[in-house]
Design a protein around this ligand. Structure first.
Ligand SMILES: *Cc1c(COP(=O)(O)O)cnc(C)c1O
Length: 958
């Protein structure tokens, strides 16, 4: 066809190019059909019925129209181009590395890994659970500790977690936590932030001289020290144990291939980052931190832990161990508020260890050390004073004029660590070359002749302390010793990914978690070197692109929320909550009302809310909900009055955790404000609100958003996430600061000034592509999809809560309790049976036990939603058969779900057919998902906690 004959205007042709049509599942026809099913004339009618008029935004979002994908990427290229990526020798806990390309492409850039959800459903998560068990084993082995968790957010927050862990376990009543001054400065800053609301006194000093006279419950040491020195901590450990205190060692994993690990010199906890195991700088994150301890303390360890258990056939299977739902069960008594962690980055690090193996890692470490020792020798030959005596990869050197050295370095596009006017730090890493060492000599030589590299290197210089050389073996498990060829690695990664269900195979209808499209265009920029290659403490003038990006994104998020200022620093929702409550706390204190410490929290709240309040030094008072799932306003009023001038805040989720827009939200906010409290609106459910209503305009003083839910950052199997907070102007002075980076504000809540900066382009791109109208349309379609599901499924499963007009918000809760009472079939049975139908289960038993919470998001098409509803309806018919005796009450497709392929082979002992078991719908014959294990036994796993790779003997039996 000839172009000139297309009889439509250009504007219409270009509209077809809009991204929104690719982000939103249903097209115009499907939208019409769904509206028809709901008896609604238009989308506007839907909005009127769902969103209370009192909060509906009068004006469109203050954002430009959507851009096309090529336009957005071109603009982002310009922004990225304003970053100047220098070679970094800064260190301070961040080291450049080579991401093995097989891991880059097949994990970081692979939707099978990055679109997966947190592995709460173990049967469809065996691949990532195995990868996380490898991570735990890697950390345990390298640190010499008995048990490790499956990642924390960053090294500094891990240190904060370790501090409260020590306080809980120490058998003394001291109030002080000692922190070595040779810890990384950002770690010290975050520890101070965390300590203050809890009344913990942080004493920073020299571990060799300042400890004897102090009473303390815990000690934090850096190994090797931040300045590079490798201290022998055996004496400190003995003295601390004498005082019944605990010792935390923040250790560099790569150095532990050469050095005696903390577990062998008596440390009680080891923490740190795994960044240099193949994860780019990313201007600060995301990276996986680790936390390891002794077996005796495993039940109070923060974060998630993968454990081994057995499935219904008695075969080995992995699962998240009991800590999984910690906050939801223990609420304000939880040991930590950590929920989303850094799974994807943890998996990358574990695969780096699998790929290189113990010998490869030792070789990398040995090379880094040799180059550093050669560098030191050469500097000495040049007359430079090297202050570090025993070191691994970092030197502190004395100079006359540090400024002159930094200028000379920057002319060669090199950054060194700025210590003070007469001291400079230099850290080598996996990417350092002999050429780099020679360049560094040139910088310090100031015109003098540079030493001969070969002459120095051939003397085999080394500077590890003789008494602290590692003698124990590590990573001896086969998994770390058989994937060294790229072919093997590729197949291992593919094999693990194939065991799992992620968004690249099926909808993941998880209420409260917003598993929507993570568009490829949004993901492309995160691996650009201009974003990935920058050290978090690179000088500000090199990070102009990042500044542009964060400024624009803050503006965008202000526009979406109606707040006046945003902090991008918190690196998960839990951390946003924490930063938000700290802002409220500091605001009260600034007005002479530091005594306000009561935090009201509705009983339906997400478990992180009460856990966070406790960390922020607040007392939790629970507010009741009525039988419609709304906050009981009378009870709220009574509690606000009762606590009067003690009232600090209300934490409320909106739309509610019960999936409805409460009409009383303005009244609720007014009550709190009248009593001098601040309103924290948990904005993790923002997906139903963007472009429709703004928490900053209907009563909120502060909210966190989960960029890994509403704003398209993929879940990564349980992280990364970003939990920025928006605040009204009166709270803006109390946003997190960052002293190391020169940012104003109250203390830092994360190690890096802009948290997980390198994934911010995902959200920037999403908002740029969708634009003002696209974002609003997306929210409306999320609401439409949820109401369509509620409508289709209500005849089969009662919908527990609805708003005033009989509508739900962006999710709906199905009540399975009556069915359980009449048939014995549980939510678990339904969740596991959905696997046989090829689906990931909805959210189970949250916020109400015995229910399923479904959130389809706007990205799912009507076909996919219908496929899901068909499965749920077919399951309902199966439940009926259990109820009326057509199925055996114990031996039926629900009780035995999920069915593995292996279970079909051989004898078939069940009263129902194989066909019924695995192909209950004919459509399943095309593209069947086969779970690798049968139902996993949770109780067995908790009783027999095994959290590292099983020993060789286990394999020999098989
Ligand atoms: C997901 C969620 C959180 C916690 O966010 P994380 O990023 O997992 O820490 C808090 N509140 C609500 C309502 C949520 O849905």
């Amino acid at each position: 066809m000839n172009d000139t004959h297309i009889p439509v205007p250009l504007a219409r042709l270009e509209q077809r190019d809009a991204f929104v049509g690719r982000h939103v599942g249903p097209d115009a026809d499907a939208t019409g059909a769904m509206l028809h099913a709901l008896g609604l004339a238009s989308l506007d009618r839907l909005v009127e019925k769902v969103i209370p008029g009192a909060i509906l935004s009068p004006a469109p979002l203050a954002l430009p129209a959507g851009r096309t994908e090529p336009e957005a990427l071109a603009r982002l290229r310009e922004i990225a181009g304003a970053n100047r990526v220098f070679k970094s020798f800064i260190g301070m806990g961040y080291y450049d590395c080579h991401t093995p390309t097989v891991i880059l492409r097949n994990v970081l850039e692979n939707p099978a890994w990055y679109t997966a959800y947190t592995p709460y459903q173990p049967e469809i998560s065996q691949g990532r659970l195995e990868a996380l068990l490898n991570f735990q084993t890697m950390v345990s082995d390298l640190t010499g500790m008995e048990i490790a968790n499956a990642s924390l957010l960053d090294e500094a927050t891990a240190a904060g977690e370790a501090m409260t862990f020590c306080q809980r376990l120490a058998k003394n009543s001291a109030k002080a936590f000692f922190v070595s001054r040779d810890c990384h400065p950002q770690t010290i800053e975050v520890v101070r932030t965390r300590a203050e609301p809890l009344g913990i006194e942080v004493v920073v000093g020299d571990h060799a001289t300042d400890l004897a006279a102090l009473d303390y419950f815990g000690v934090l040491l850096q190994y090797p020290g931040s300045g590079g020195e490798i201290h022998d901590y055996a004496g400190v450990v003995a003295a601390a144990h004498e005082k019944k205190a605990l010792v935390v060692v923040a250790a560099d994993l790569l150095s532990l291939t050469l050095l005696t690990p903390p577990g062998e010199f008596g440390a009680d906890v080891a923490i740190g980052t795994t960044q240099r195991f193949g994860v780019p700088f990313g201007y600060g994150g995301p990276h996986a931190a680790y936390f390891a301890t002794r077996d005796a303390h495993k039940r109070v360890m923060p974060g998630r832990v993968v454990g081994q258990s057995i499935d219904s056939h008695g075969n080995k299977a992995y699962r998240l161990a009991m800590q999984t739902r910690e906050q939801h069960i223990r609420r304000e008594k939880a040991t930590s508020n950590i929920c989303t962690a850094q799974v994807l980055l943890g998996i990358m690090a574990s695969m780096y260890a699998c790929y290189h193996g113990p010998h490869g890692l030792t070789t990398i470490a040995g090379r880094v050390h040799r180059l550093t020792a050669t560098l030191a020798e050469g500097l000495r030959a040049l007359g430079v004073t090297v202050l570090t005596q025993h070191f691994f990869d970092t030197l502190t050197v004395a100079v006359d004029d540090a400024g002159a050295i930094h200028s000379a370095a920057r002319r060669r596009e090199i950054n060194l660590r700025e210590v003070d006017a007469h001291t400079v730090g230099i850290s080598c890493d996996e990417t350092t070359t002999r050429g780099d060492v020679e360049t560094l000599w040139t910088i310090f030589a100031a015109g003098a002749a540079v030493p001969d590299f070969d002459a120095i290197e051939q003397k085999f210089p080394q500077a590890l302390p003789a008494a602290l050389q590692r003698t124990s073996a590590f990573l001896t498990h086969p998994v770390f010793n058989k994937h060294h060829s790229e072919t093997q690695m590729l197949r291992y990664l593919r094999g693990l990914a194939d065991k799992d269900l992620a968004l690249d195979r099926t909808m993941i209808p998880l209420g409260s978690c917003t598993m929507k499209l993570n568009a490829t265009t949004e993901m492309i920029p995160i691996t650009w070197r201009e974003f990935g290659g920058m050290h978090p403490f690179a000088p500000a003038d090199q990070a102009q692109g990042y500044r542009q990006l964060t400024n624009e994104l803050e503006q965008m998020l202000c526009a979406c929320t109606g707040y006046d200022a945003v902090s991008l620093q918190p690196n998960a929702g839990s951390q946003g909550e924490y930063a938000g409550l700290l802002a409220i706390r500091a605001y009260h204190a600034s007005r002479g009302e530091a005594h306000r410490d009561v935090c009201l929290i509705p009983s339906s709240a997400h478990g992180t809310n009460p856990a966070t309040s406790q960390m922020a030094g607040m007392r939790v008072v629970v507010v009741a909900c009525d039988d419609k799932g709304n906050v009981d306003v009378a009870d709220l009023q009574a509690k606000a009055e009762q606590h009067g001038d003690k009232l600090a805040a209300l934490m409320i989720t909106y739309p509610s955790t019960h999936g409805v827009f409460e009409t009383a939200i303005r009244e609720i906010s007014d009550i709190i404000h009248r009593h001098g409290g601040q309103v924290y609106i948990d904005g993790a459910n923002m997906n139903a609100m963007v472009g429709l209503c703004q928490p900053g305009q209907f009563g909120g003083d502060v909210s966190h958003l989960n960029l890994h839910k509403t704003f398209c950052i993929p879940h990564g199997g349980g992280g990364p996430g970003i939990g920025p907070i928006g605040v009204r102007s009166h709270l803006a002075p109390f946003l997190p600061g960052h002293r190391v980076a020169g940012l104003e504000g109250i203390g830092a809540v994360a190690a890096a000034p802009w948290g997980s900066a390198s994934i911010l382009p995902i959200t920037w791109t999403y908002i740029t592509l969708m634009g003002r109208d696209g974002l609003r349309h997306g929210s409306i379609m999320a609401i439409l999809n949820a109401n369509y599901i509620a409508q289709r499924l209500a005849p089969y499963y009662p919908v527990l809560y609805r708003g005033e007009n009989g509508m739900v918000a962006h999710e709906c809760i199905l009540d399975l309790r009556p069915l359980k009472d009449s048939t014995g079939v549980t939510v678990d049975d339904v969740a596991k049976r959905l696997i046989d139908y090829g689906f990931h289960a909805p959210t189970m038993s949250f916020p109400v036990a015995g229910t399923l919470m479904i959130e389809p998001t706007e990205s799912e098409s009507k076909e996919e939603i219908d496929r899901f509803c068909d499965a749920m309806i077919a399951i309902r018919a199966e439940i009926e058969k259990v109820g009326n005796g057509q199925f055996d009450p114990q031996d039926n497709p629900l009780a035995n779900a999920p069915h593995t392929a292996a279970a079909l082979a051989g004898e078939w002992p069940h009263p129902y057919s194989r066909e019924q078991a695995v192909f209950p719908l004919a459509s399943l014959r095309e593209g069947k998902y086969w779970p690798p294990v049968g139902r996993v036994d949770n109780v067995y796993g908790d009783r027999n906690l095994v959290c590292t790779c099983p020993p060789m003997s286990d394999y020999e039996q098989n």
